[in-house]
Design a protein around this ligand. Sequence first.
Ligand code: SF4
Length: 160
Amino acid sequence: MSETNTIFSIEVEDTKNRCPIGETVGNRNMAEGKIPVLSCEGACIRGEIARLAANMIAKEKPFARACHGELLSVPDSAMAKWAKSAKKVVLIDGCFLRCHGRMLENLIGKEKLVQFDALSVYSKYTDVFDIDDVPEKERIETARQVVDSVLTRLKDGDLQ
Ligand code: SF4
């Protein structure tokens, strides 16, 4: 039986470095009140579909793509401050494991996180790991399916 409902933590070495373009984009998006869009960035096809979907949604108003690396490991960066101060954050996890959802609920708060499980929308590729095992055109079409589902739900009020 797997362990569930336990909380664990990791230690992260701090850095004084900053990503110059990350600072520019984070500050600009914060000033413009953009809604951050994150994906789990998983390495498999499910993570890739989620990443592609997040990139597409970020092209729509009032959204913009946020960087999960800075959010999680550079807490004083503009990118992290933007994500933590935004009124809502859209998160697309690649599958039911919800790797980012489980982290971000504790980091930025469950109430302002609007979460999606991309796999539940298209329900295939469960025996595939490598991104390249699915042709690019099909990857994009599948991601578009996820985007349509996410945008419909967001328009139906999940951003309120
Ligand atoms: S949510 Fe699924 S696809 Fe994303 S990183 Fe976790 S296991 Fe991979």
